[in-house]
Design a protein around this ligand. Structure first.
Ligand SMILES: Nc1nc2c(ncn2[C@@H]2O[C@H](COP(=O)(O)OP(=O)(O)OP(=O)(O)O)[C@@H](O)[C@H]2O)c(=O)[nH]1
Ligand SMILES: [Mg+2]
Length: 448
């Protein structure tokens, strides 16, 4: 994930004392100002100042997936290939790439989808793990986000090996809870504050009403900063065994194999305990149980459903035995017979870092990753928002400047097929269409 470098940024051999680190990362945004702020901001020394892609006209993709995917995707195809080879060639054994992008706008969703496909074409053996941010109706300022989300998701279903989404609604709820907790107890008895009123308005989707543009920007960037720290903490857990030692290592490519029993169901949901700003669990079993609890999930409605595959990452002061005790929490979830033993366990000896909003560094932390049919709820909400616009052809003409109407309709159908695929899985007890449970050996009883 990093290169060892000296003070001048020149690469050093991977063994030996670490003097400095450069992320093996490529930064992409079609708005030049956004990239400049990263390359000159607090974290600038972490990035290679030559591994980036931006547009020379610098105006973004206009919140239009199709512009990002088609126009910028075509224009910058060769540049993307070049960046991929420059970042991967110096690696001894590259295994996986992690893509962090939003699905609501035009660049992260459109050019992001295209970049994953370029990697798939150029280096098919490298696992592609996407960690997209799903828009939340309450705080989203992009009216076309339902189109962008469906277009991007339909591509990720085919091009990513594993999709680990973050739902902005969940990230906002977690950071709001942390703030309320920090303000102290007695929430029920005190007068509502300005922030409480804002949360109420957020819930009704009115947060930005009546605000001027700079006010909106400031509000959104403060909120995003806190929400991004939750997403960063989860990704730090997922990648912990690539950066620190521990008893049981899980690489991203292994995760992508273990969590996807059927190619068409490649979306998994994460949960953490503690969440940033949340209470520290009292014991390891309670931490494992909390990591599967709805209040600690990073995607809405991800609990319940049929559990097809699970990974549990433990970090800090715990060992395989203490973690195994906690895994009893899984036994309450409906599971097809073939998935009963399907829990991948990772153990990293370094505890999670000091989380934003926590007074003390947790001694240990758990991250759960579950591939369950409950993802149906999230996917179906994305499809419903898309369908509301698409059936009336609202905003469609913007997309038709870059792609044809059939591509939009096909993407909607692809996402709807996924929803129906989950329903079929639940009906059959864990066998997708095309797999006959009788022929596969036994009818699958559910373990409840
Ligand atoms: N969690 C989180 N969500 C964000 C952040 N910035 C934007 N979003 C969400 O992402 C969506 C908009 O995507 P952006 O990333 O702003 O758009 P973009 O990919 O730059 O695309 P264009 O601006 O159209 O070129 C909306 O749903 C926002 O709510 C952020 O820093 N954190
Ligand atoms: Mg942008």
């Amino acid at each position: 994930m990093h290169r060892h470098v000296d003070a001048e940024g020149t690469s050093l051999p991977p063994s030996g004392k670490v003097q400095g680190l450069k992320a093996r990362a490529v930064l992409v945004d079609m708005e030049e100002g956004v990239l400049n702020s990263l390359l000159t901001g607090e974290l600038s020394s972490l990035f290679d100042q030559t591994l980036y892609l931006t547009s020379t006209c610098g105006s973004g993709s206009g919140n239009n997936w199709a512009q990002g995917y088609s126009e910028y995707g075509d224009t910058y195809h060769n540049t993307m290939c070049d960046l991929i080879s420059r970042v991967l060639e110096p690696c001894d054994s590259p295994q996986a790439c992690l893509f962090m992008h939003s699905l609501g706008g035009g660049t992260g969703s459109g050019l992001g989808s295209r970049l994953i496909e370029v990697l798939q074409d150029e280096c098919p053996s490298i696992a592609r793990v996407s960690a997209p941010v799903l828009p939340s109706p309450a705080s989203d300022d992009v009216v076309t986000s339902p189109y962008n989300s469906v277009m991007a998701l339909s591509h990720l279903l085919d091009s990513a090996d594993l999709v680990l989404p973050f739902d902005n609604a969940r990230l906002a709820a977690i950071t709001d809870d942390a703030k309320a907790r920090n303000r102290g107890r007695g929430m029920g008895t005190r007068k509502p504050t300005q922030r409480d009123r804002e949360r109420e308005r957020e819930a009704k989707g009115e947060l930005f009403k009546g605000m001027t543009s700079p006010e909106k920007k400031k509000k959104a960037s403060d909120a995003f900063r806190a929400m991004n720290s939750v997403a960063a903490a989860a990704l730090a857990d997922v990648t912990a065994s690539m950066r620190f030692g521990g008893e049981l290592n899980i690489d991203l490519n292994e995760l992508a194999v273990n969590l996807v029993p059927f190619r068409q169901f490649n979306v998994a949901s994460m949960g953490m305990a503690p969440v940033p700003g949340g209470p520290s669990p009292r014991s390891i079993p309670s931490a494992v149980a909390a990591a599967f609890d709805p209040s600690n999930q990073l995607v809405s409605g991800a609990q319940g459903g049929l559990r097809m595959a699970t990974a549990v990452f433990g970090r800090g002061a715990l060992n395989a035995g203490s973690l195994a005790d906690g895994l009893g929490a899984l036994s309450g979830m409906p599971t097809p017979l073939w998935a009963v033993d399907g829990c991948k366990v990772g153990l990293c000896s370094t505890p999670p870092s000091w989380l934003l909003g926590n007074r003390t560094r947790p001694r240990y932390g758990i991250l759960s990753v579950s591939n369950t049919s409950a993802t149906r709820g999230t996917v179906s909400a994305i499809h419903a928002a898309f369908h509301k616009l698409h059936k009336r052809k609202v905003y469609l003409h913007h997309y038709l400047s870059f792609i044809d109407a059939g591509a939009v309709a096909d993407a909607g159908q692809r996402v709807l097929d996924l929803v129906q695929g989950y329903e079929g899985l639940e009906r059959s007890g864990g066998y997708p269409q095309g797999v006959d449970p009788e022929a596969a050996g036994k009818v699958a009883p559910l373990i409840m």
